[in-house]
Design a protein around this ligand. Structure first.
Ligand code: SF4
Length: 290
C-alpha cells in the first residue's frame, strides 16, 4: 500500500494556510455589499488581507487551527488502520511545522498532547469504502469558536413555534444564527442536517460543509430553503464579526437523513469565515488537490 504521509501533510498545509477560492470569492463579493468605511467593510477587508498573507507565507489563516476532521473514501483493498497511521503522522508533522497549533487537550487533566494526537477521535477520521479506483481525502479544520455555537433542536419546539416540517426547520436555523451573534466569527457558513439520530445528524451537518459554496442541495426543496435561509440570516444585521451589516452568512448547505417516526432533529454546524476545507484525490498514482 502506497505511503501517503507526505501528500497528506501537503493537504494539511493547504487547508490551514490557503482558503479555498470559492470562499475567498464569496468574501470579496460580500465586501461590495457593505458600506465603505463601515466596521463591517473594514472587518472583511482585514480578513481578506490576512487570507492573502497566509497564502503567501504558508502560515495558518487563523490562530485556532481547529479540530482536524478527515473524510476518507477509499477503494477496496486499502487498510484503514494504515491510512489512519499515515494521517496521524502527517498531523504530528504539520504541528511540528506550525501549520497546525497544538490543539488536542486531555479533557480531564487539561494536558495538551503537543502534537494534535489524542484518543481515537483526535484527529477525527471518517472512513468509507467506495467503488472505483480513486481514493479521496477531504479535510475540514473546524475552529472552536464556531463549533461552540453549533446547535441541535428536537422538533416540535413549542417556544419557537417550530413544527416538524421545513417551516419549523427554517425557524430553528434562524434561531441558531441569532443566538450565535457576536460569537463564531461571522460571516459563517451553515451546515444543516434534518433527521437522523443525534449523532448521525451532527455528522451529516458537518459533511454538508464539504460542498462548495456554489453547489446547492440536489433536493429542490432543500436548495430553495438554503437560498432563503442565507438571505434571511443576512437580514438579521449581525454582520461580519458581529459589527452589524449585511453579511452574516455566506451560504447554507443542507442535507436530510431518514429518522425514527418519534424523532425530528435539526442540527446546525456553524462554520466561521475561516472555512478551511480541502480535498486530495489519488488516481492512477497521481495526487491532485482542490
Ligand atoms: S471561530 Fe474560526 S475564525 Fe474565529 S477564532 Fe475560531 S477558527 Fe478562527
Amino acid at each position: 500500500m502506497q505511503d501517503l504521509t507526505s501528500e497528506i501533510l501537503e493537504l494539511v498545509r493547504l487547508t490551514s494556510t490557503d482558503l479555498p477560492p470559492d470562499v475567498e470569492a464569496a468574501l470579496r463579493e460580500a465586501t461590495q455589499a457593505e458600506e465603505p468605511g463601515s466596521a463591517a467593510r473594514n472587518a472583511l477587508d482585514t480578513i481578506l488581507m490576512n487570507v492573502e498573507l497566509s497564502r503567501r507565507n504558508s502560515t495558518p489563516i487563523c490562530q485556532d487551527t481547529g479540530t482536524p476532521i478527515f473524510f476518507v473514501r477509499y477503494p477496496e483493498g486499502w487498510s484503514t488502520r494504515q491510512l489512519r497511521a499515515q494521517i496521524e503522522n502527517a498531523v504530528a508533522e504539520a504541528t511540528r511545522k506550525a501549520y497546525l497549533r497544538p490543539n488536542a487537550v486531555d479533557s480531564l487533566s487539561g494536558k495538551n498532547s503537543g502534537n494534535n494526537l489524542g484518543d481515537d477521535h483526535f484527529p477525527t477520521v471518517h472512513f468509507e469504502e467506495v467503488e472505483g479506483e480513486a481514493l479521496t481525502i477531504e479535510l475540514i479544520l473546524k475552529g472552536g469558536g464556531c463549533e461552540n455555537v453549533g446547535a441541535q433542536y428536537s422538533l416540535p419546539n413549542a417556544a419557537l413555534g417550530a413544527g416538524r416540517d421545513l417551516a419549523g426547520v427554517r425557524k430553528v436555523v434562524l434561531d441558531a444564527v441569532h443566538k450565535a451573534q457576536g460569537q463564531g466569527c461571522a460571516p459563517g457558513i451553515l451546515g444543516v442536517a434534518v433527521g437522523g439520530d443525534r449523532g448521525t445528524s451532527y455528522l451529516a451537518s458537518k459533511e454538508a460543509l464539504l460542498r462548495r459554496l456554489d453547489q446547492p442541495s440536489d433536493d429542490p426543496e432543500l436548495a430553495e430553503l438554503e437560498q432563503r435561509l442565507t438571505q434571511e440570516a443576512n437580514q438579521l444585521e449581525i454582520g461580519p464579526m458581529g459589527f452589524g451589516g449585511k453579511t452574516t452568512v455566506l451560504a447554507t448547505k443542507m442535507t436530510s437523513l431518514h429518522r425514527l417516526p418519534a424523532s425530528f432533529f435539526v442540527t446546525i454546524s456553524y462554520m466561521c469565515w475561516a472555512y478551511r476545507r480541502r480535498k486530495m484525490t489519488l488516481r492512477n498514482g497521481q495526487v491532485s488537490y482542490e
